[in-house]
Design a protein around this ligand. Structure first.
Ligand code: MG
Length: 359
């Protein structure tokens, strides 16, 4: 059983360059225009300057004064994404989307050579249909396949044969392992463990001191043993949290307090489903049973509870209740996209590790 990981190179930037060839060859960043905007995607020409995803835009301009900044066109990226996922699905293998431009494909019981052949064909099909390059990795498990495709970007293909996983991983920094975030990496470096190979041959006692009950799993990953299956997406169209009050509520502060909780609920569900949302709305049932809804479309997808909360409050205010009694309040997010939002480059997982976002 082999798994392929596909990741379009500098997706947003590549779409912009494709559609405006005058941008080709220039250091380019796709970024919003707010004061706190961060780089969503940097072209490969911008990267030698240190411009990368999640870098604040003002900093990116300092690093690279000639940086060309293009605003994001999310609707267009979604259309291209659907086209690419159509190609991913064409051969009938299970597809697990990780973001708009990144997916795992389970290659069933193909042999290694057949798996490589299939992955190369998908790369060629995506390029033929979209003029975008997608890098691919093939391996016996998801993590090694992803590390392989990350290592051969842009426009690359790298396959790791069964049995070669540990050797492939050994020279890489420990931070490349899933679950090893910057904090864990620093702790490992203090213990003299800098390469994945160091971790793979680490003794049980040290490993248990470092990772506790998680240590066996970490050693497996360090050796490239990774049995997680490709999980095709479930269809989730919206996620909501609603509350019917025992008594009608007129107090806006009370409604806002509830929205804060609901935003936390909904954000937790998004995290659990590995989704982000681009539409946030509220549903209000008044005491006279009329229902009204207000929603807002965000410039970029999010799953940040504070952001969802702020937008929900804005929607609530737009409903202009003026103290009208409310029987039910709901918060709903929709326009769901797979994966974490691009602007949050790192997030700590509950198990204490962190996972780096792809580009
Ligand atoms: Mg990508």
């Amino acid at each position: 059983m082999f798994v392929a990981h596909f990741d379009v190179d500098a997706f947003y930037a590549s779409v912009e360059i494709r559609d405006d060839p005058s941008l080709r060859g220039k250091p380019l960043a796709v970024a919003g225009s707010s004061r706190r905007a961060v780089v969503l995607t940097a072209s490969y020409e911008a990267r030698p300057f240190g411009v990368r995803s999640a870098l604040p835009l003002y900093r990116a301009r300092e690093y690279c004064p000639e940086l060309v900044v293009v605003p994001p066109h999310m609707e267009k990226y979604r259309i291209v994404s659907r086209e690419i996922f159509g190609i991913f699905a064409r051969r009938g293998f299970p597809v697990e989307g990780l973001s708009l431009d990144e997916a795992f494909i389970a290659l069933g019981d193909l042999t290694f050579d057949e798996a490589c052949e299939a992955a190369r064909a998908v790369r060629a099909d995506v390029f033929a249909a979209t003029q975008l390059t997608v890098s691919a990795g093939v391996a016996s498990g998801k993590m090694v396949a992803k590390i392989a495709s990350d290592s051969c970007k842009p426009d690359g293909f790298l396959a790791v044969a069964r049995g070669d996983e540990a050797q492939f991983l050994a020279p890489m920094p420990v931070g490349r392992l899933w679950g090893v975030g910057p904090k864990t990496q620093a702790r490992l470096e203090q213990a003299g463990i800098t390469r994945i190979g160091d971790l793979a041959k680490c003794d049980d006692v040290t490993l248990r001191e470092l990772f506790g009950s998680w240590s066996a799993h970490v050693r497996d990953l360090a050796r490239g043993v990774d049995t997680r299956e490709v999980e095709p997406e479930r269809e989730t169209k919206s996620i909501s949290s609603e509350e019917t009050f025992e008594y009608d509520v007129r107090d806006e502060a009370q409604l806002i307090t509830l929205l804060r909780e609901q935003a936390r609920d909904v954000a937790a569900s998004l995290m659990q489903e590995n989704l982000s949302a681009q539409t946030v709305g509220v549903k209000i049932k008044r005491a006279n049973f009329t229902v009204l809804g207000r929603q807002a479309h965000l410039a970029e997808p999010t799953r940040d509870p504070r952001r969802i909360f702020r937008v929900a409050v804005y929607c609530l205010r737009r409903a202009e209740l003026d103290g009208a009694p409310v029987r039910l309040l709901g918060l709903r997010v929709a326009s769901l996209v797979p994966g974490a939002p691009k602007q949050a480059a790192l997030f700590e997982r509950q198990d204490g590790g962190a996972r780096k976002l792809n580009e």
